[in-house]
Design a protein around this ligand. Structure first.
Ligand code: SAH
Length: 445
């Protein structure tokens, strides 16, 4: 097989491992039901190489890793040398035995391993995690994000070199979400480092997303360090939001829409606004502060709507300009159409309809449905802020869906802005899945 360009700086060491020979040995020992000679796959920093289990990929399946995509799917694995436990750090090698990465193994997931480091000399230990976390914090400081808000995503998983780990800050409370076996294994270490570097009054764990089940991990919800204060608030662009850390959605609040909410606020003056999937009132409060005439907010969660109304009060905004509906948006939009209601600005920020590409077709129909109705409810010259946070829907596909919706609604519309998640949700170039949130601002003729 072709020799792939080495990624690590330990080239001489790796070359001495004899590519083809290694593969033959693996194949031979597999046929014989034995463990291959592991000394061929040694690492200079790991002591006795035979003590280290590892993952050997199928031929040609190293390509995505060479592009530094951090996921190893179970189908790409030829052989697992040794018996690593879920969460263990294992070396990943190509079929010729060349080192590719250190990764966290997960026996129970389709994503069988997620890469911690591409450097063979790296030791995955407390110092490694301290450096990665310090780096993520430094990046946020450089971006000057705390000028806008005391709420911020501090660690954005793969894009911050820490696959499966999400950490959000709400004032002096941190919320940590462990989405895969790697961070689960290092849970205490991660909490210690976050406590040391951020000194929060509480680190609360919200490892209770459905994704945990796909990873074979139990759900967990509770304080890891300190005690959760009764009231947690985030102040974003001067607007106060109560955050339900323990029971709210995700880690309690949708930080990713911060800049987009602010943009909506600047365009809401004297407008009739419809905010669909309003959660705790994010876009609604910005629109109210921005001078909207009326804001109708719809969500299917009664708890979210209660919090939204409380947030209106908390900010001394004019509740008489608000209208709330606890309803399924798909039904509510039809009713509004039948009532011939019209709006000047509509926000559609639905939940993730397509977590992966496998759901794209069904999700496309759902996006088209709400957007078609949204277009119909707009007055001429009106603005539609439409979003998708589905990893399984690409920017291109989203734009096509919206084009189809406009066509079927019989309106001509222009894209006036393309929107993304805020800068505390960076996207690693080698991990395009990180760009999950896409938004379009459309103006209808
Ligand atoms: N725009 C919000 C975040 C929206 S999250 C913000 O800026 O904070 C998506 C919301 O959609 C959640 O509050 C959820 O309760 C709601 N939701 C999900 N499915 C729904 C449906 N079919 N009809 C109405 N609301 C729905």
């Amino acid at each position: 097989m072709s020799q792939t360009k080495p990624r690590s700086s330990s080239t001489p060491h790796r070359q001495s491992q004899g590519g083809k020979d290694f593969r033959k040995r693996v194949q031979r020992s597999k046929q014989q039901g034995q463990t291959p000679a592991r000394q061929t796959a040694s690492s200079p920093r790991t002591g006795n190489p035979a003590a280290r289990p590892g993952i050997i990929l199928k031929a040609e399946r190293e390509k995505s890793l060479l592009r530094r995509h951090p996921w190893i799917f179970s189908g790409a694995i030829e052989y697992i040398d040794g018996k690593p436990a879920s969460g263990d750090t294992v070396p990943v090698r190509d079929a010729a035995g060349n080192f590719l990465a250190w990764a966290a193994y997960n026996a129970d997931s389709q994503i069988a391993a997620r890469v911690w480091s591409w450097r063979e000399q790296e030791v995955i230990d407390q110092t490694f995690f301290r450096n990665r976390i310090a780096n993520a914090l430094a990046a946020r400081r450089t971006l000057g994000l705390d000028r806008d808000s005391n709420g911020m995503r501090l660690i954005h998983g793969e894009s911050d070199g820490l696959p499966g780990l999400i950490v959000d800050r709400y004032g002096d409370v941190l919320v940590m979400q462990l989405g895969s076996a790697g961070p689960e294994h290092w849970r205490d270490t991660l909490a210690d480092i976050l406590q040391e570097l951020c000194a929060p009054v509480c680190i609360y764990e919200r490892s209770d997303s459905d994704g945990r089940e796909l990873e074979g991990l139990p759900k967990r919800n509770g304080a890891v360090r300190g005690t959760l204060p009764e009231n947690v608030e985030v102040v974003e662009h001067g607007i106060r939001f109560t955050v339900d850390v323990a029971e709210g959605q995700k880690t309690g609040y949708y930080l990713d829409q911060r800049d987009n909410r602010a943009l909506t606020g600047t365009l809401a003056q004297d407008k009739d606004v419809l905010n669909c999937f309003c959660y705790t009132g994010g876009f609604s409060l910005y629109a109210l502060r921005g001078g909207a005439k009326l804001v109708l907010s719809i969500d299917s969660s009664q708890e979210a709507l209660q919090l939204a109304q409380r947030n209106v009060e908390l900010n001394g905004l004019d509740a008489s300009r608000t209208e709330w509906q606890c309803a399924d948006v798909f039904d509510a939009l039809r009713k509004l159409r039948d009532q011939n209601r019209k709006f000047d600005l509509i926000v559609l920020d639905p939940p993730k309809f397509a977590p992966t590409a496998a759901f794209a077709e069904k999700a496309s129909r759902a996006y088209k449905d709400i957007n078609l109705l949204g277009f119909k409810l707009l007055r001429p010259g009106g603005l539609l802020f439409t979003y998708s946070c589905s990893g399984g829907i690409s920017d291109d596909l989203f734009q096509k869906i919206i084009a189809g919706a406009a066509l079927d609604a019989g309106v001509d519309a222009q894209i006036v802005r393309k929107l993304h998640a805020a800068a505390d949700h960076p996207v690693l170039l080698s991990f395009p899945e990180g760009a999950y949130l896409k938004g379009l601002v459309l103006r209808v003729a």
